[in-house]
Design a protein around this ligand. Structure first.
Ligand SMILES: Cc1ncc(COP(=O)(O)O)c(C=O)c1O
Length: 425
């Protein structure tokens, strides 16, 4: 027990000690007995149902009266994180302005350092936003475009970022060039080559959606960013769905502008995102929320927000700690396994078209049924089988996005496969 406890403390404290950054609370006190380190000691192989069942039942409170395969919307907080959040809400409420004026500023500074260490960035390169949309709008609308600049996007990018660029186009600031990404690319190199071919002499920015919210495609951000940089082109990376679902660090993406959130795959309460801007690029950014007093090279000039959700931000250390306990490798492998289970079954059904490349996706993948409307299929699954999925816009036909989470069981996936087979007949 002592050894597991020691390992546990090392696991959740790792990174902080390494970077010399003080933890917001001593690591061993974070969960105050709400977590048993021994639960996380097994390898947790992707197909180890016993392991994942135990984690699901002990650490997640989820509705069991429907099967949630729409975890792409937001993630369920693990129980110990939820408890920490509830405590934070209560104390913020009881303490009132004294807390906000005297305690929070120091606390949030420490949290930002901890978050930066987790992302392997400097705290001078990140701001905490309310979500990824806010983070990316600050980058998109603050980017110092020049007349004639063009932006490259594709149909698998997230609609809010497309709209932000389209809005700038409507205002006459830029031209947007869009192309259709193949739904089943054969390799990463094919994707890099596609972007290379679509670049024009005026391309200034490529929007990259790290993990597509539509069909789950994981694009090779580092390779595309490197190719673009050679041509003096910037990438703005939307990693909203990548953080916590797939393994990466900010520096290895090679992009100077990255937006993320913590409420999809990190397990934080809803309402926290991150904008990363490489240090030397901050100076040239225009501010979206009025600010004239902060130094041009200080990233805080971009964070002139009003009152923010204190309790959400205060829970970030627990979210990161719990996520680290499981480890992104284990999480990723389990999600890939659950996704592959249904794809491998349904690809054999004639009427089903899988629109995601099985091995270039993680949790998220999508399908459609020939000659059936996607909205009707999703509706059928929910009404007849209590299985929640979501239909998404994708070309003329659309698709149905399926997103398991780590508390999803292999049995849930079998029920989903069986429901689709019944529908197809
Ligand atoms: C790819 C992608 N980017 C951005 C967002 C927006 O994230 P947020 O809700 O944090 O603004 C989403 C949300 O679903 C998304 O899927």
């Amino acid at each position: 027990m002592f050894n597991s406890r020691k390992k546990f403390i090392q696991q959740i404290g790792a990174g902080l000690l390494f970077t010399g950054i003080p933890s917001v609370a001593p690591a061993e006190k974070l969960f105050e007995g709400a977590v048993d380190p021994a639960d996380f000691e097994s390898d947790g192989a992707a197909n180890d149902e016993q392991y994942w069942k135990k984690i699901a039942h002990k650490y997640y409170i989820v509705s069991r009266d429907y099967i949630n395969l729409e975890n792409g919307y937001y993630g369920i907080q693990p129980k110990p994180v939820l408890q920490a959040y509830q405590k934070n809400i209560t104390s913020v409420n009881a303490e009132g302005a004294r807390f906000a004026r005297k305690v929070y500023p120091e606390k949030v500074t420490a949290i930002k350092k901890e978050l930066a260490a987790f992302l392997q960035a400097s705290d001078e390169e990140i701001i905490i936003t309310r979500n990824a949309t806010e983070a990316l709008n600050i980058a998109i609308q603050g980017y110092p475009f020049k007349e004639g600049d063009e932006v490259l996007i594709c149909q698998l990018d997230y609609f809010s970022m497309i709209e932000a660029f389209r809005m700038l186009e409507k205002r006459g600031k830029i031209k947007v060039n869009a192309f259709d990404m193949p739904l089943l690319p054969a390799s990463e190199d094919e994707i890099v080559e596609l972007y290379r071919q679509k670049i024009t002499d005026n391309t200034r920015i490529i929007l990259l959606t790290h993990v597509s919210n539509i069909n789950g495609l994981i694009v090779p951000v580092a390779k595309i960013s490197a190719m673009a940089r050679e041509k003096g082109i910037d990438t703005i990376v939307d990693s909203a769905h990548a953080l916590g679902q797939v393994k990466f660090t900010l520096p290895e993406l090679g992009s100077h502008f990255i937006g993320l959130n913590l409420h999809k795959w990190i397990g934080n309460p809803i309402g926290a995102g991150v904008l990363y801007i490489r240090k030397e690029r901050i100076k040239e950014m225009n501010v979206l929320f009025g600010d004239v007093n902060t130094a041009e090279e200080n990233i805080n000039k971009l964070a002139h927000f009003g009152t923010t959700p204190f309790a959400v931000t205060m829970t970030i250390p627990e979210s990161i700690a719990f996520h680290k306990l499981m480890g992104v490798e284990k999480i990723s492998a389990r999600l890939h396994y659950l996704k592959s289970m249904w794809i491998d079954e349904l690809k054999q059904v004639n009427a089903v078209e899988i629109v995601s490349p099985r091995d270039m996706t993680c949790a998220i993948a999508a399908f459609r049924i020939r000659d059936k409307k996607v909205a009707e299929t999703a509706d059928y699954l929910f009404k007849q089988h209590n299985i929640l999925t979501v239909n998404r816009a994708l070309g003329k036909e659309g698709c149905i996005r399926v997103t398991p989470a780590i508390y999803t069981s292999a049995d849930d996936i079998r029920k989903f496969v069986s429901a689709v087979k019944t529908y197809v007949g």
